[in-house]
Design a protein. Sequence first.
Lengths: 753, 173
Amino acid sequence: MSVGTNSIGKPVSRIDGPAKVTGRAKYAAEFSAHDLAHGFVISSPIAKGRIKSIDRRAALATPGVLEVLAHDNRPSIPSSHEKYTDAVASPGSPFRPLYDDEVLFSGQPVALVIAEELEIARFAASLVDIEYETEKTTTDLDTQIDKAFAPSEKRMPGWDPPARGDVDSALSRAPNLIQKEYRTPVEHHNPMETFASTAVWEADGRLTVYDKTQGAPNCHEYLCSVFGLAKDKVQVLSPYVGGAFGVGLRPNYQLFMAALAAIGLKRSIRVTLTRQQMFTLGYRPQTLQTLTLGAENDGRLVAVKHDAIAATSRFEDYQEPTVVWSGALYPCDDSAVTSRLARLDLFTPCDMRAPGGAVGMYALESAMDELSYAVGVDPLELRLRNYSERDQNHNRPISSKALKDCYLQGAERFGWSKRRPEPRSMREGRELVGYGMATGIWEAFRVPTSARAVLAADGTLEIACATADIGTGTYTILAQIGAEMLGLPLDKVVVRIGDSDLPAAPVEGGSWTAASAGSAVMEACHGIRKELLMRAGAISNAPLKGVDPADLTWVDGEIRMRDNPSRGMSLSQLLLGLNEPIVSEVSSKPDEQALQDYSHYAHSAVFAEVRLDEELGMLRVARVVSAVAAGRILNPKTARSQIMGAVVGGIGMALHEETVIDHRYGRFMNHSLAEYHVPAHADVHAIDVIFVDEQEHRLNPLGVKGVGEIGIVGTAAAIANAVFHATGVRVRDLPITIDKLLELRRPMSNHAA
Amino acid sequence: MQGRPQATSQFLERNLPPKLEVCLRVNGVERRIVLRPWTTLLDALREHLDLTGTKKGCDHGQCGACTVLIDGRRVLSCLTLAVMKEGAEITTIEGLEKNNELHPLQSAFISHDGFQCGYCTPGQICSAVGLIAEGRAKTRDDIRELMSGNICRCGCYPNILAAIEAVMQGAET
């Protein structure tokens, strides 16, 4: 199943581009129905306690108001928490919206006001009087450190690799020791589209739900489980998703609300969350991390210890791979990595772009930078001296690793050789200039996925798979794979995704979609090839009779012998007389042996230049070079955009983003886009993306590793390291804001915030 | 979320603000709509005129996704009440295409990959149309500054900048 160069690897523009630039692309809140009513969610102002009473009289007296649903009058729903679980849930008891009078977190949905008009629903929500009994809340992670625990039930077995060697004695012998604490705050994904579900009540009692989700099948199963619906009574669609970054992996409560109201009122309901309510969903949890490195005088690591405490809710043990990278990235015989959780009165965190990796690698790569100064070795040289060809976490080889090329090509493009080693040694006009770098790593996955390919007599290929495109370019790369396999022009390929009725796919996340859905589409198209060749063989005197399919090329509508291109047939010849479309559906699975025998990672080297106007305290990231090794790049244009966007996310993580909790009320205070600053145009300058050549043969037939997360891993550390190089101030508490820089402004202080 | 002025609620409980008729020229077509005065231009477009190309990202004038052109100037439709724009000429993303041909900015956004999820895109494009008409942006940093009211969480800024620059330099037609 080799691939040629007809379509794969070309920087083609997104096939969904015209729909998106004209406003024709429809998102979840943009579908309608003749009987549509609007639901507005009432959010709890308290973080913990009970609902004492709900006075709905004023709301219900308002013309146009249909119902105020809450725990005390809702249709029946199951009590078992298990019914509310989903494919991405961590161990625990999933939240049951509107189940009872208990309030578990600030902003918890406590009622849904349904009205004929959106504004009436919103207004009537302000008329519902809810009395609460408030209990004391705990939301300050620093007060819970001594209660931190290792979760008994693991979300993924591989995230807590066993300790190897004797790390403490190795540390005690090491001539150089770095032990530092790093902190990362709560961050919210804040996709531009707020969560919305339009539940259309069909005449025959079926439910068609347009939902903002990274996994239509996951939401479909959730609805069937919670509301006891037969699978064929519900369809979930998400043709376009206005960003998600992880917060659309699990079903969010607006989906529950819309379905509950539609079932209860037997009419179509749309529920859209406000931007403020976006801060009541999952988030990147706060972490407190301690990194301990022991090294020889030449910088070679002898011991690595990484401990992380992360926040979770009272009801679920959300876990992410924060420390696992510290045992895998650099060679080191003595290593211990541990992660613990602490419970707070908040909603459960959820995966956010490179969950665990983004924060854990910030700590590891900051500590490596600190080590570079301690041993007097250039930060890039330090990484090269600690280059690993094996994954010691699993004691197995790495399938493909072109990280060295990332280091060298990235450094060359960036001009790393111009860096002077001492902090505060580079200046231009009023500005201090700093260069910093870091390594990035993310696991390359492949997960079981199904797909269908249908070739019509007119030579049009339809690709169908329940996966999603959240801006990642899934539509485009699947079309490219289909076009490549059958030698078709791109505009002859139609891609249908984001629909629970299509062949099953897991949630779109983890950077696995290109490898998983892509392989499934490739295999489905291979089935079409086989069928076409059988037809070719059935034609008497056909030029392709009896040939080995492996010897053929499929390019520009022609099927030809690789070694003898004059021998071949055109696709249109083969389709002559075709009465029914050729259908090929496959369930595609990874090679389990290859997953057992080898580790699979994407890598990157990130270089950042920051500039600080010392008089004004203005800090900006002047440029970033991200050199990425992620196997084959299916589409350099869309892949570059993914890396670039993740680098922008890394800039936000390093300098801007933090959701602040008022611990008196257990409430996020800056719950708007004015006060939760995500990078704007003026914050983003030059970003240069390099894809180094990397041949991967084992993970999947396409040779891809995925590029959704790798661009953010390492970026915050590279920027933080550049800030230290510029200023001599080491802020170990993200984001690096002006107040922290001023507080620590003593040159070379190298102290924690 | 908690508490409300009693007088307001008592006044409004049974007496919703009466509907008014407003006439807007949307994408060159006169549209008469009957709506309540509390309806924003954004909701009027999305809910009353089925012009869902204009997006709601925050409803508070903080993200720019709802940017439309009113009499040629870029305006946040979520902070504009529809009834205040009687007779105004409103251009949304759906009105930029002429004779089935994309506006140069629409083409440039596609060729420069100036979007990923696409949700901020109509606002970015309308804002860029307004920016170019204003004629104040001379440098890349000017464009960055004057486009900073339009957030793109996918982080496509360098590509958006390239697309706008290409159109300003007449490279895209």
